[in-house]
Design a protein around this ligand. Sequence first.
Ligand SMILES: Cc1ncc(C[n+]2csc(CCOP(=O)(O)OP(=O)(O)O)c2C)c(N)n1
Ligand SMILES: [Mg+2]
Length: 644
Amino acid sequence: MKNYRELANCIRFLSIDAVEKAKSGHPGMPMGMADIATVLFRDFIKFNPKDPEWQFRDRFVLSNGHGSMLLYSILYLTGYKKINLNQIKNFRQFGFKTAGHPEFEPEAGIEITTGPLGQGIANAVGMAISLKNMSSKLKLKFCPKVYVFCGDGCLQEGISQEAISFAGHLNLNNLILIYDNNQISIDGSTDLSFSDNTNKRFESVNWEVISGQGHNYTSIKSSFNKAIKSKKPCLINFKTIIGYGSPSKAASASSHGSPLGTEEIVKTRKKLNWNHSNFEIPPKLLKIWRSSHNKNISFYKSSKKQELKIKVFKSKNNIKKLFPKIKQEAKNFTSDQATRKSSQMIINYLSESELVIGGSADLTGSNLTKGNSMKILDKNNMEGQYIHFGVREHGMAGIMNGISAINFSRVFSGTFLSFADYMKPSIRLAALMKLNPIMVFTHDSIGLGEDGPTHQPIEQINMLRSIPNSNVFRPADLLETALCWEAAISINDGPSFLCLSRQNLPQISNKKIPINNFKGAYIIEQNAIKNNITIVATGSEVSLAIEVSQKLKEKGISSKVVSMPSTSIFEKQSNAFKNNLLKSSNKEIFVIEAGSTMYWNKLTNPENIFGIDEFGLSAPASQVYNYFGLNAKKISTKILKKVE
Ligand SMILES: Cc1ncc(C[n+]2csc(CCOP(=O)(O)OP(=O)(O)O)c2C)c(N)n1
Ligand SMILES: [Mg+2]
């Protein structure tokens, strides 16, 4: 373990200097975790900076993402081309990869975006699941590991408990969580708010727990040696000192999130015996750092040959090729059926592809997310396709991001739409990273009836619509559901949300929807060549809109009804297409959607929108619809008043 102190000081001073130059950032964590990171990258983690996306590499997740300079320093020191010294010198600057918090870019060695505390732990659990799943499906003799750094903050966040509890349940022994136990967070000592017995907490959910000294190389090394042999997921609880090496700021919150300051930096250089100028790494040390991947080069070479297996597996299990059959069946289907049930019919087909992995947060029988042939993924069968996530929506969403980041299988989840809020922080990150998990959200309106306002989503659809890079779907029947699923599967640059009904709905799109050219919206009913008005509706309200249009026709008002199963896809179309679809002779556009009206204001005037801007209520669905004025009689009367 010669040179380790100096190697670790390379991380410390690159971090100190970069934060100082940027005049902002977090030096304390990199200074405190530098020793652990040095041992991990020198002696344990399998990676190859010359082939950053080598599929069988171990993954490194910096859940305490504020310590981003630790990651960038390591990536530069170990030789990732995309993170060169210029990147380090431009930490937090416009156009550089060295952003304030790590931003997903596997090619640069950044495995996941982190910053919102706790997320990285759930992401890592997802990665560990996906790697185990891949390893057993491909019948590999090895399984990559996931190493995660986390701090006090990550472990205080609720999502960490959901994720670690599930990791313990699945016995993810390829997961090693490295805890920066410095007992400091922003407000000061963790004594202010945190008195968990962390080791017991992990032990109680089937983790192996190792305690180590984070500045003692013998202790660090022996801790990792034990951890890699663990038969369970493993926590290494390292006692550390935040801002290690800074004479007046070590062990204090003052080193957490601001530059040390020039005077303190001089003192720190002296204390750590670092006689090099800003950003200077002595060639001798850089050379050692750059050889860090030599330890795994023979494994790299042998496993590299097996990457082809992934390609073969993916082409054998192509998901998209299942859709012609699905759409054909959907076209001929005539019975009334809830769109959640329609979605299950599609999942039954999709699960023919072993790349599809799905699950639900304990609502399998309500969300109808399990395909008939899907085997359960559990600790004895990591090859399975169906994940019982338990009642852990936030954890589920974070785990899906990890699975998506591994980019082996295509993952979907299930819960009620009203609980999308529980998943929002991870959904936002999926969108930010352009990852593509698919979320099945059933019970998508007041149409669920008796369960009442807690379970009746009002503002959720628009909450989802407001997230950039994401795709909202709300189909009206089986064929629309099939097209929405097809679109979601084809999308590779953001999450998709399928909002589905609990209640039965008629099959109405069969002969109207262009099944090979889905543009998010189309005319489903039209009573004249030139129509007086346009009525737009989504999901369960499309059949209501058709009813309204028939009532209006009796009164001499012609209309066209536009079904809009995906506002997101519609928005991506040309202005010519959009204007043409919506235009009517007297330019009036009406909208019907059983949810908050906010989104539709960009399409029409507030008084033309029939929706719900208050919470629902507990009663049979038809009564709730009537109460909110969402029936054909009330709507057509209002429209008549407006256009006559
Ligand atoms: C969800 C979330 N809440 C709050 C923050 C703001 N924040 C960043 S770091 C931090 C303190 C974290 O303490 P710890 O993990 O112990 O980090 P250390 O100071 O030891 O580096 C907080 C509250 C955040 N990044 N994410
Ligand atoms: Mg801390």
